[in-house]
Structures are given as C-alpha cells and as structure tokens.
Design a protein around this ligand. Structure first.
Ligand code: HAM
Length: 413
C-alpha cells in the first residue's frame, strides 16, 4: 500500500462537511462586503516568495516545497497566497480596477513544517486581500470580517491580538535599537536567534525558547518607536475596534513570520488549540506591490487556517438530511426512481439503492449510509401512494404522501 505523504491528509465525510460550511459562510460574508474570488495557480516561480515573504524568513529558508522543472526553472508550491494574489494583480493590472480591489481565496498551501496538531504540510486557507486602500477603516473592516466569519461558525472565544510594526522608515530605526539590545544578551539567546539578530531581527521577538523569552520580556517594543503617521494610523484602528466593541489586546511584541507587513499586524488565537493557537493572521502590507514591480499601492489582508478552525468546530452539529430509498421489487423501481427525482428537486438529499435487497438488508444499508431517514417502497406504497418514512436516529415512523416529505424533512413540519 502507498500511504499519503507525511503532513498531508485526506478529507472526507464527516469532516468535509465542516470545510464546506466554512467555505459557504465565507463566500456569503465576503460577498456582503463586495469581495470577489480569485484563484491563482498552486505553482509559482520561487523568486515570488523570496522577494515577498522574505529570504530570511523560516518559510522561505526552511519550509518551501521547491524543485526544478524539466527545463531547470525553480518552482515552488505556494506556501501562502498573498504573494500570488499580488503577482496576479500586477500581471493583469487589476490595481487599476476598483472592482478587483477586494479579493478572496480559498485553497491549499504547502509548508515543510514539523507536523503536529493544527500544523500540516498541506493545509488550507481562506483569505482576503484589500488592494489600494491606505485608510485605517480598512484595517478595522478586515478584522471585523474575520470576526464575523468566526462568529457565523459559532467560534466566539477568540482573542484579537494587534500591534503595529511601523513603516519602512520607522522600523529601521527600531531594528537598530533592538539589535543593540539583543547583542547584549547573545549568550542567553538560542543559536537560531543569534543568527536572526543580524538577518531578521524582529523575528527574535517571536522565539518560544525559554531563555530567549526572558530576554524578549524586557526588550524595547516597536510601538514606542513608530513615527507619528504610523501612531495615528494605529490609534484610529484601535479606536474603531473600541467604538464597535470588538475586544482586542495590544500585543507589543507581536511580529509576523512574513516580511511584507507594515503598520497594523494582527492575529486571532484560541486557547483551545494548544501551541498552534493562531487561527487568523494578517495585516497591512503597504510596500509589497511596489517591491514586486507594481505601483506604490497600500494593501491589507489576512488568512485563516481551515484545519485549525475545523478543530474548533469539532462539536458543531452536522446539518445532514440524507434519505436512503430502497425498492422491494422490479415493479416498484420506476416509482422509486420518480420519487427520488421528485425529492431531489425539492432539495432532499437522496441515495437510491442500486440493487434489489430484502427489507432487513435495506435498513442495514440505511444505517451504514448514516442516513437520517429511510424510505422503503414496495407494492403497497406504489398502490396507496402513502409512504412510510423512518427516522433512522430515533426509529420513529410516519406515513406521508410523497409531496409532504420534503417539508417534513427540511422544515420538520
Ligand atoms: P500566516 O500567519 O502564515 O499568514 O498563515 C495564516 C494562518 O494559516 C495561520 O494563522 C494558521 O491558522 C494557518 N497556517 C499557517 N501555517 C499552517 C500549517 N503549517 N498548518 C496548518 N495551518 C497553518 C499568511 O499566510 C499570510 N499570507 C496572511 C495574509 C494575507 N497577510 C496578508 N494577507
């Protein structure tokens, strides 16, 4: 037997139902905010990610699935979707069209990480990107949309952590201050962090190693060093959050694992998830489009991990209404087929048994299909047109006319 690749998984019933529900809710909410979907290829030129996510990030340095194609070109399975969306926007000059300034995506991403609960090598994200909008209202709305999506799926206990990482100019100043501080504690920092001091200073703040944590606890924080414009932006975003009563926690050492962020960064976490607790991550990235060869256009976005969300949805009820329909003789088959067709046309999910089976056997099959209802059609039913619908969950039976069944199943009436 050939097994699946480590860190990947197959998705099927019942978990797939949760994914479909997430997608349905996301599409509904996004369209209410004027978003349209974008689907970009899973394969991109490696350079796209090194130039955007950043050469010194863990994602680019250690986690990408990169290979040479038959012509020797370096290609990468996308580890995230912001860079591909921005590539598409530049390539098709979509930044000139306000209609394309609000985009969402749903799809797989690939990172060669050590698999554990909530962390996989192929995982799935739902995300949005809001292009060409510099205003704090956009950061707020972006966060609001993520919150609404989680709420609509019954996930209420999330913490919104927010910070500002400043703009290109003020961040540089902070980085040199942080470097000076960290250099004093080189001996206490892990070997990774020692390397990061020079190459990716801000990421030290994200290290989970205990000895590093002690150093980080007393480090200077970026929010004290950002410029007036960045301060003003951040204060407006937090003001909107306060005005609309969205609880949040300013987390001064929150930095993200991707280099392109400017000003607002945020994460939504759940204590129920253990160490991989971030469900949503994102922020503003005002310099990304120009750094990839497009015009100087500010943007904001986030992505949500569907696997982490599905872990939180573990106990949500499955909205399943499958009806198993069997027929008790060749002479009943045509009527059974007509019934199946009618019920489906009214929105009932129906599995029509393919072969002739005994009553006992049919009921067993209904159970194995995990059907909510069974409908067994024999000669009597064909004649009387009164059908016995059995609720497979509680065993109750009720005699109904065919046209009464959809309402009974779908609305309980
Ligand atoms: P990210 O923080 O790298 O951001 O990923 C966003 C979310 O994807 C995480 O919060 C987590 O829920 C999920 N995730 C990440 N890695 C894994 C993994 N190995 N297994 C399972 N889930 C995972 C980005 O990807 C940015 N592109 C977000 C963004 C959009 N920023 C601006 N626009």
């Amino acid at each position: 037997m050939v097994s699946s690749v480590k860190g990947t998984f197959d998705l099927f019933y019942p978990d797939i139902k949760k994914y479909l529900l997430m997608e349905e809710c996301a599409r509904k909410i996004f369209s209410l905010y004027g978003f349209s979907e974008i689907r970009t290829p899973i394969l991109e030129h490696t350079e796209l990610f090194s130039r955007s996510v950043g050469d010194e990030t863990d994602i680019v340095k250690k986690e990408m699935y990169t290979f040479l194609d038959k012509k020797g070109r370096s290609l990468t399975l996308r580890p995230e979707n912001t860079a591909p969306v921005i590539r598409a926007i530049i390539e098709h000059k979509l930044y000139e069209s306000p209609r394309h300034s609000r985009l969402y995506y749903i799809g797989p991403q690939f990172r060669y990480e050590r698999p554990q609960k909530g962390r996989y090598r192929q995982f799935h994200q739902i995300g949005i990107e809001i292009i060409n909008d510099p205003f704090p209202l956009i950061d707020f709305e972006g966060i609001l949309i993520a919150k609404e999506l989680l709420n609509s799926l019954g996930i209420l206990e999330v913490e919104v952590k927010i910070n500002s990482v400043g703009c290109k100019k003020c961040r540089q100043n902070f980085i040199s201050i942080l470097k000076d501080y960290l250099n004093k504690f080189k001996g206490d920092l892990c070997s990774d962090c020692n390397e990061r001091i020079e190459r990716n200073t801000l990421r030290v703040l994200d290290c989970k190693v205990a000895s590093c944590q002690k150093v980080i606890e007393n480090s200077p924080v970026i929010i004290d060093y950002i410029c007036d414009e960045c301060k003003e932006h951040f204060s407006k975003v937090t003001q909107f959050l306060n005005d609309f009563e969205i609880p949040f926690k300013i987390t001064p050492r929150l930095v993200r694992g991707l280099d392109y962020y400017t000003k607002t960064v945020f994460e939504m976490t759940s204590f129920k998830l253990g160490s991989q607790d971030a469900i949503v991550g994102g922020g503003r990235y005002d310099g990304l489009i120009s750094s990839l060869g497009g015009p100087d256009i500010p943007s904001f976005g986030w992505a949500l991990g569907m696997e982490r969300l599905s872990l939180l949805m573990e106990d949500s009820p499955l909205n399943d209404n499958l009806l198993y329909l069997a027929w008790m003789g060749e002479e009943c088959l045509k009527f059974a087929m007509e019934c199946a067709s009618y019920l489906r046309s009214k929105g009932v999910e129906v599995v029509l048994e393919g072969s002739l089976r005994s009553l006992k056997n049919s009921l067993k099959r209904a159970e194995r299909f995990q059907a909510n209802y069974s409908l067994i059609i024999g000669e009597d039913e064909v004649k009387s047109e009164l059908l016995t619908l059995k609720n497979m969950r509680n065993g109750e039976q009720i005699a109904l006319k065919l046209n009464e069944i959809p309402n009974f199943i779908l609305n309980g009436e």
